[in-house]
Design a protein around this ligand. Structure first.
Ligand code: TMP
Length: 206
């Protein structure tokens, strides 16, 4: 069992590529710091030197879908051990740009990997640790594809077709329906101001 400090919270941000999650990440960390919280921002795949090396491979090299899932969880194991758990134990709030829901959405929904295998890896790697709150930034795939089309260098995931992202989005929404206490769906098609008001509200009740 992973014991955390009562003052800390583990928050994860999720969404399909092009859902605008990175824009909100900066605002959110500033918002929490203004409230006096100690905040650590990190990301997956990545967050440690080994995790960042795995990220390079994962984002640019073709591989079997199970290899992809195993490497995502290998990077996560390292991330939990070196960064996430120590920070949570010392009372720091951790905001991770993606975590295990992304594996269920991308490797499960997008690539079609069996959910039972993902559940086995989830329990193996993170035991009983789950985020306190997950913000799922949701947009229709037509909108995200249009945002991505403005980007000139797309990685292996971003180059996927719209039907792949539709499956990823559906899998995310299925997770949100499965874990309504933990996952908040944020309509990311609205203006920044509207989304920030929504986020302020979510955090005032956390
Ligand atoms: P990012 O572009 O949001 O930094 O994420 C990198 C890519 O990695 C993104 O396209 C989603 C993908 N990904 C997975 O497929 N599975 C995972 O478990 C994680 C954490 C990310």
């Amino acid at each position: 069992m992973i014991i955390k400090n009562n003052n800390s919270k583990f928050i994860t941000l999720e969404g399909i590529d092009g859902a605008g999650k990175s824009t909100h990440l900066n605002w959110l960390s500033d918002h929490l710091r203004r409230q006096g919280k100690n905040v650590l921002v990190t990301r997956e795949p990545g967050g440690t030197p080994l995790g960042e090396a795995l990220r390079e491979i994962l984002l640019h090299q073709a591989m079997h879908l199970e290899t992809e899932a195993l490497l995502m969880f290998a990077a996560r194991r390292e991330h939990l051990d070196k960064v996430i758990v120590p920070a949570l134990q010392e009372g720091t709030w951790v905001i991770s740009d993606r975590f295990t829901d992304a594996s269920f959405a991308y490797q499960g929904g997008g690539r079609g990997l069996n959910e039972t295998k993902l559940e086995t890896l989830e329990v193996w790697v993170q035991q009983d640790l789950q985020p306190d709150l997950t913000l799922l930034f949701d947009v229709p795939t037509e909108v995200s594809q249009q945002r991505l089309s403005k980007n000139t260098s797309l990685d292996r995931f971003e180059q996927e077709k719209q039907d792949f992202f539709q499956r990823v989005r559906d899998a995310y929404l299925k997770r949100a329906a499965q874990f309504p206490e933990r996952i908040r769906v944020i309509d990311s098609g609205r203006t920044l101001a509207e989304i920030q008001t929504d986020l302020e509200h979510v955090f005032s009740s956390l």
